[in-house]
Design a protein around this ligand. Structure first.
Ligand code: PEP
Ligand code: MG
Length: 753
């Protein structure tokens, strides 16, 4: 059964549209379960009906026509119960209702299971028998498994289909998709899909104005591919003819009307060559995959390979840079740093990436560039949205595709107001970050990029509160040398001297990996990460420590921060290595001041070890990004549980209160450097808890300064006390929203509402 299930799911996810996918489902399930009928009903939320979308066994003419109102019949009963309904004779059930359109009278046995995706009901999957007999429990289990597997595929196909309709009919509806906030800000622009080359699945839909020229592009690519294969075949001339059969098969396919002719026909209908090729190859692959003969099934991979070769030939002749829309929103399955770099800076207005997390490389780059970004939009049908108008809401982590005029105007207004707000806040740049009742709150910048230094400096930051050293490691193809690292660190230390700069030691693992030092684990956030890696590799750690200390010569503003500490022994070992590096450098004649050493509080165990950790370090820095994920057991990069991830959860606030009190008792300074520090909502709470320094992306700095200068420390203390009594993050946010508005900071909450 598992094999059957896998085959069905695979076929469905390859279907061209939702209708095709559902037609396949009902056929395959009916066959696999030996049932007399199988049908799928999908919920039409707006119209409050279940609509028969596909059937094998009932009257197929009723497809799309039969609409079962919510509350009616057994179909609705399954939806209401949210569990399987298994009846040997449906006719005797008091909810049984005859819908004459589908000849239901002939069927007695009924098994219906709900199709649910992320808590939302999508529809019902039903199998029927003519005879009266109960479906066995293993049949019920199969159908439940099938429905749960299909839910994701249906949700995805539904979205892709809806988006296709939007594009085809130039419709404008408020079609939105949720991902994760990547970088704050809102923008309305035009989607430009970027995709890795030589990947057929990544090719987006695009239309051409001149199909004749496009056919020429395609046939030239086919000719180049043919020449290449003939060349390969000749190269292998000495081997047995049988072994060269594959090349002959390729050459035959290159002559076949079904491959070449069908692609040309698609181009003549207006598709660009790459898209037409993608669809033809997909049809062929599906046909081969469906064959029962395992030898023929294997041929699917040959067709794919040939398709990829032709695609490469098309792409090698393509103009490199696509024409960039004036307000380009870069959209892709996985946006990389190089893809970003290719877009002219004055045209790049937004970023949307299917993969990635709020803290992935692309999000951090977007932050640094001040470009709104949404990441982790799992369900986005990338290939369908090229050149669509799009709204990016980097606060909520939401995008709108082809927005209706009202939504577009609302976001355009928000974007204008944001720009005005940013301009207005400029006047705070040189004013002290002090509450109305005279309490100083020091504001620092987070960075990881040299490119970010200028904005950090011009934001009025009092120093760098967190420099993530992973980035200079990520942009290379090998570990940077001591000299290379020293040069990078020197630039930062120098730019800010005499102000303090906190350089964090390498924090790889989790979602930050180096191509040349891959770490593959089932559970990377609980695995080999941060200090655990560097203590296991003293050769890497010592080089970094030496580079940091050498870079600080004569400046004396270096602070070293240790990430991911969970054990007291880790601090001891790290201190030993720091002492060793320092002693070595002194022995080499470097005139150095010993840097201040701090540790991050981001693993909950450290909350309960602070008494013993405090005497060992000079300062603490709270990494609320990780602290939140570990305290709440919510993966910070998983969009499925994103609604549970919020640093304003009262448990996180209570943990922070504890950290501040403990640090104070030991006379050790504590700062907060996670994203929470840059959230204007969180600022009154952090200040009220007694936090004296906050480190954030430079784009957030003036907003937070505005909060500091607007709400008294006394009021902040009351706010923090009250927040600790609330039951969840939502209530804390609602409460803070009111507080910010009362304080005259309504502008800060508008875009986030
Ligand atoms: C944090 O965990 O809050 C933090 C600042 O570190 P990073 O986001 O780099 O893990
Ligand atoms: Mg962290």
């Amino acid at each position: 059964m598992l094999d059957v299930l896998r085959r069905i799911v695979q076929e469905v996810s390859g279907a061209e549209d939702l209708a095709g996918a559902l037609a396949l489902v009902v056929q395959r399930v009916r066959h696999a379960m030996n049932a007399d009928a199988c049908s799928v009903y999908l919920l039409d939320h707006d119209a409050r009906h279940y609509v028969l979308m596909a059937t094998d066994g009932l009257n197929s003419e009723a497809v799309g026509r039969l609409r079962v109102p919510l509350g009616a019949g057994l179909i609705s009963l399954v939806g209401e119960r949210k569990e399987p309904v298994n009846l040997d004779n449906a006719h005797t059930h008091d909810r049984f209702q005859i819908f004459p359109e589908i000849n239901e009278e002939q069927f007695h046995a009924f098994l219906g299971v709900p199709i649910v995706h992320r808590r939302s009901p999508l529809g019902i999957l039903v199998v029927r028998h003519r005879s009266a007999r109960k479906f066995e429990s293993d049949e019920e289990a199969f159908l439940v498994t099938m429905a749960s597997q299909l839910a994701g595929a249906i949700a995805h196909a539904e979205i892709a289909g809806d988006v296709a309709k939007l594009v085809e009919h130039h419709a404008r509806i408020d079609y939105s998709l949720d991902g994760l906030p990547g970088a704050p800000g809102v923008v309305v622009g035009t989607a430009l899909v970027v995709y890795p080359s030589a990947d057929l699945d990544a090719v987006p839909d695009r239309t051409v104005d001149d199909p004749v020229a496009e056919v020429a592009v395609f046939t030239a690519a086919v000719e180049r591919t043919r020449a290449e294969i003939e060349y390969f075949s000749q190269q292998l001339g000495s081997i047995a003819r049988d072994d060269r059969a594959l090349f002959d098969a390729y050459l035959m396919m290159l002559n076949s009307d079904s491959l070449i002719g069908k692609t040309i026909a698609r181009i003549q209908q207006g598709s660009w060559a790459s898209g037409a090729l993608r669809d033809t190859i997909r049809d062929h692959v599906r046909a081969f995959n469906e064959m029962d003969d395992p030898y023929l099934r294997e041929r699917a991979s040959d067709v794919r390979d040939l398709g990829r070769r032709i695609l490469m030939a098309i792409q090698s002749g393509e103009r490199r840079a696509p024409p960039y829309p004036e307000k380009t929103i870069l959209v892709g399955d996985e946006i990389t740093a190089t893809m970003l770099a290719e877009v002219p800076r004055d045209k790049l207005c937004g970023i949307v990436s299917v993969r990635g997390s709020s803290l992935s490389h692309v999000a951090i780059l977007a932050h640094a560039m001040g470009v709104p970004a949404v990441v982790g939009v799992d369900d986005l049908p990338v290939s369908r949205v090229d050149r669509c108008e799009m709204v990016v809401d980097g606060y909520r982590g939401r995008i709108y595709i082809s927005p209706r005029a009202g939504v577009r105007q609302e976001y355009q207004r928000l974007a204008r107001e944001e720009a005005q707000l940013a301009a207005g806040l400029e006047e705070l740049r040189d004013l002290p970050s002090r509450t109305p009742d005279d309490r100083d709150v020091h504001l620092y910048a987070n960075t990881g990029l040299i490119a970010d230094l200028t904005p950090s400096l011009s934001s009025g930051a009092e120093g760098i509160g967190l420099y993530r050293t992973e980035f200079p490691f990520m942009v290379r193809e090998r570990f940077p040398s001591e000299d290379e690292q020293q040069e990078t660190y020197r630039q930062i230390l120098e730019a800010f001297a005499p102000r303090p700069v906190v350089l964090r030691t390498l924090d790889i693992g989790g979602d930050k990996s180096l191509s040349y030092f891959p770490i593959k684990e089932d559970n990377p956030f609980l695995g080999w990460r941060g200090i655990r890696v560097t203590l296991d590799h003293p050769e890497i750690f010592l080089v970094q420590l030496r580079a940091m200390m050498r870079a600080s010569r004569g400046l004396d503003n270096l602070h070293i921060l240790l990430p991911m500490i969970s054990q007291i022994g880790e601090v001891d070992e790290a201190l030993k290595l720091i002492d060793r590096a320092f002693a070595e450098l002194c022995a080499e004649g470097e005139p150095l001041a010993r840097p201040k050493i701090g540790m991050m509080i981001e693993v909950p165990s450290t909350l309960f070890l602070m008494d013993r950790l405090a005497p060992k370090v000079d300062f603490f820095s709270v990494g609320t990004n990780d602290l939140t994920q570990y305290l709440l057991a919510v993966d910070r990069n998983n969009s499925r549980v994103a609604s549970l991830y919020d640093a304003l959860h009262p448990a996180v606030i209570a943990a922070l209160a504890h950290v501040v009190a403990q640090a104070e008792r030991h006379g050790k300074p504590v700062s907060v450097c996670g994203e929470m520090a840059g959230d204007p909502y969180a600022a009154p709470i952090l200040i009220g808890l007694g936090v004296r320094s906050l480190s954030m992306s430079s784009a957030s700095l003036l907003r937070v300064k505005w909060v500091v200068r607007s709400i008294s420390y006394e009021r902040c203390r009351a706010i923090a006390r009250h927040a600790l009594q609330l039951s969840d993050a939502r209530s804390v946010r609602d409460f803070l929203e009111e507080e910010l508005e009362t304080a005259g900071l309504g502008e800060l909450v508008k875009a986030r509402r």
